[in-house]
Design a protein around this ligand. Structure first.
Ligand code: AMP
Ligand code: ZN
Ligand code: FE
Ligand code: FE
Length: 281
């Protein structure tokens, strides 16, 4: 049986693996296909494609966007993206700048509490265009200002804590349109984490292509529930580990194995759309 992991992060956003290291793990675990879904970035896709090619793994270029519909936050995964698409690159670069500004705001809030973290140490450690809270947490640990990542989130960075700064979100409808115009499929990430079930019908009406049924943090019952929802709305089914590197001494990659038939269905939809566009010309 062939399997895929369609939710992975590298050090081009808040993961710790290089694309090559990630593909090394994928190869060791026998994956047939892997997607890279760094937050607000497609920068790692070129290296990941080369590494996958060298090991005979099928590569799917992707990204993970933070979006909202009304008051509900959701994460949108884009798959099979044209990573050279101008509008996509322009939009994500705006979100990268907002992410960089947010680091300054988070560090200032931490400094206000008398904790002497510097933005330089965070940026040096992040060393990417798409920095986020995990980088601040890692910098706090590295500087010996907290004992571990959990303490950093609990004391400072979790929602409602003093250094929590809301993240800029794009409208879900614009996010899906951005993905579509770049040739991609728009998929709702880890719905079980975000309590986003109520908005699924509206997203479907606006062009949502799929839903991430299998995710490290989804229970079996949750996965089954989202499989039913996928069936009801005729959505593609995706899944992935959301691996960000080593977590408690082992990487999450390998914990979710999406049967390859779902990747084939995604490719069929892309192919049908391409031929429809071709027929219209
Ligand atoms: P950001 O995109 O900057 O808001 O950061 C979100 C990322 O932080 C998520 O993708 C997780 O990897 C990580 N994260 C969020 N909450 C926690 C937590 N309580 N402990 C550890 N990591 C977390
Ligand atoms: Zn992340
Ligand atoms: Fe997410
Ligand atoms: Fe993710």
């Amino acid at each position: 049986m062939k399997f895929a992991d369609l939710h992975l992060h590298t050090f081009f956003s808040d993961g710790t693996f290089s694309p090559e290291e990630l593909v090394g793990h994928g190869s060791r675990l026998g994956f047939a296909a892997m997607a890279l879904t760094d937050h607000d970035s497609v920068e790692g896709c070129a290296r990941m494609a080369v590494a996958c090619d060298a090991t005979g793994i099928e590569f799917i270029p992707g990204t993970e966007l933070t979006a909202e519909l009304g008051d509900t936050e959701l994460h949108l995964l884009g798959y099979f993206l044209d990573t050279q698409n101008k509008q996509l690159l322009t939009e994500i670069s705006k979100f990268q700048i907002v992410r960089q500004n947010r680091i300054h705001e988070m560090v200032a809030a931490i400094n206000k509490l008398g904790v002497p973290l510097t933005t330089e140490t965070v940026f040096a450690l992040a060393n990417c265009k798409s920095p986020g809270r995990p980088h601040v947490a890692r910098a706090l640990v590295k500087a010996g200002l907290v004992a571990n990542l959990d303490e950093a989130f609990e004391r400072f960075l979790k929602k409602g804590r003093p250094a929590w700064v809301p993240k800029a979100k794009m409208s879900a409808l614009e996010g899906m349109e951005l993905i579509h115009q770049a040739g991609g499929l728009a998929v709702m990430a880890h719905p079980g984490l975000n309590r986003t079930d109520d908005i699924i019908p509206d997203l479907v009406a606006a062009g949502l292509d799929g839903i991430e049924c299998f995710h490290t943090k989804h229970s079996t019952a949750m996965a089954e529930r989202y499989l039913e929802i996928a069936e009801k709305y005729n959505l593609l089914v995706t899944g992935g580990s959301d691996c960000h590197g080593f977590s408690k001494n082992k990487p999450l990659i390998g914990t979710v194995k999406l049967p390859y038939e779902h990747v084939q269905k995604m490719k069929d939809v892309i192919q049908n759309r391409k031929s429809e566009i071709g027929n219209q010309k």
